[in-house]
Design a protein around this ligand. Structure first.
Ligand code: GTR
Length: 422
């Protein structure tokens, strides 16, 4: 009986917590559209020295770097200058899906010692020619993305597990977020890597993960405008792309970088930082991702910096109480991706991530995309479960909660197909 009561209480707590995540009025958090403050976004096309860029050429030669540096200086941080070796080795491979696809495990070693090792899991259809491929981080280890017993279990620190260690019991537990069969059947590869292999998602003053590999002598933490965890995760996605470009079964010019939630923030920064990415996809990325910071709807800059002090650069928290003074907002992140394609997705119940603000950053990048002939997005997002697409941008709000589902992936595959067919 006692156990039953405990279970019941536990269940009630979990339900309360989850409904908080969905609808909640947390203290100091606004989820009422009528209470969004009026604000003015920084001009994405205005040069620091004055005047506006009016051509794609001027955007690329003059303004783009200013915007990139402003995003790096104030939000994500720069990658340190020091060069660190990265080595790849395919350590195993096997057929799956009745021999129609191949899966391989690629060991990635960062630095010269053997302490920073990540594992990229690459699944590709055997079509006889190189395939376009999605690349994205997973939250709990590659073995959680599939029930395939051959996928190795990460040895890195993992969240929400006993002793922060992954075990066999996690195998396949995130499989709903990784619809391999559908993606492979559609003719695409899917590569995934556990983000904690690169930098464990816990604030420990940057002692773990790859940051220390980049320290100069005597340095113990990143400088004020150097990268936090999102910057490091994004950098490592580029290293995965280095590998995929060499993989004969993948078309390295057609790698779409994708991520959900904090990993969607990461995919956006990776797509903005590395022009080799073909398409950039943000699923429910919210604050510090697709959502406009100045709206202060759902999670705010102040809250995110307090709860996750290791994600961004050290300058970002200085704007926690004066977000209107930030030299950038997230529409500039979208603009950095032009003229490559970008897709943003929200979910109706994911108010914490500010669905409308996620759309508006894509929409407020109209000016830069227009330089490449991309039609303007309208002032309002489409109705739930309807996507809006221009030639370079896509958006939908899925009915439901904060998650990445088969429905979301189906939209991404359709968008990728439209890019291929252009
Ligand atoms: C939340 C965080 C969000 C989002 C999310 C996730 O706790 O407030 O910014 O990143 O986690 O990654 O699941």
């Amino acid at each position: 009986m006692l156990i039953r009561v405990n279970t019941l209480v536990g269940l009630i707590l979990v339900v309360c917590f989850m409904s908080q995540r969905v609808t909640a009025q947390r203290p100091g958090i606004n989820q009422d559209e009528s209470k969004v403050p009026s604000f003015k976004l920084p001009e994405v096309l205005k040069l620091n020295g004055g005047g506006f860029v009016e051509t794609a050429e001027a955007w690329e030669s003059k303004r783009r770097l200013e915007v990139f540096n402003a995003m790096a200086d104030n939000v994500y941080g720069h990658v340190p200058k020091r060069k660190v070796s990265v080595n790849f080795k395919v350590v195993s491979s096997w057929d799956i899906f009745e021999g129609t696809a191949i899966r391989k495990v690629v060991k990635i070693v960062f630095g010269d010692d053997q302490t920073n090792i990540a594992t990229l899991l690459v699944t590709v259809p055997k079509t006889g020619s190189p395939v376009p491929c999605f690349l994205g981080y997973n939250f709990h280890g590659n073995h959680t993305t599939t029930d395939d017993p051959k996928v190795p279990i990460t040895k890195s620190w993992v969240r929400k597990q006993k002793d922060n260690r992954a075990t066999e019991s996690g195998r396949g537990t995130s499989a709903s977020r990784w619809p391999y069969r559908e993606i492979v059947d559609a003719g695409y590869g899917l590569a995934t890597i556990y983000y904690g292999d690169v930098d464990p998602d816990v604030h420990d003053e940057f002692k773990n993960g790859i940051h220390p590999l980049f320290f100069e002598s005597g340095q113990t933490k990143p400088k004020e405008t150097e990268w936090g965890s999102i910057g490091a995760w994004a950098w490592a996605l580029s290293r995965c792309l280095d590998y995929l470009i060499e993989d004969q079964q993948v078309d390295g010019s057609k790698v779409a970088v994708i991520g959900h939630s904090r990993l969607g923030k990461t995919s956006l920064w990776a797509g903005a930082s590395d022009p080799r990415f073909w398409i950039t996809i943000s699923n429910n990325s919210g604050c510090g991702g697709a959502a406009l910071s100045r709206r202060q709807f759902g999670e705010t800059v102040k809250v995110i910096n307090r709860v996750f002090p290791h994600w961004f650069c050290d300058r970002f928290p200085s704007f926690s109480d004066r977000v209107e003074s930030l030299p950038v907002d997230q529409h500039m992140l979208m603009a950095l991706i032009a003229p490559r394609a970008v897709y943003v997705a929200s979910a109706t119940k994911d108010l914490w991530a500010d669905p409308r603000g996620e759309y508006l950053s894509l929409q407020n990048a109209n000016g830069v995309f227009a330089l490449y002939g991309d039609p303007a997005l309208g002032a309002d997002p489409p109705a739930a479960d309807k996507s809006v697409k221009t030639s370079l941008r896509g958006y939908h709000t899925r009915t439901g909660k904060h998650d990445i589902t088969l429905y979301d992936w189906q939209q991404y595959v359709k968008f990728a197909k439209a890019q291929l067919d252009k």
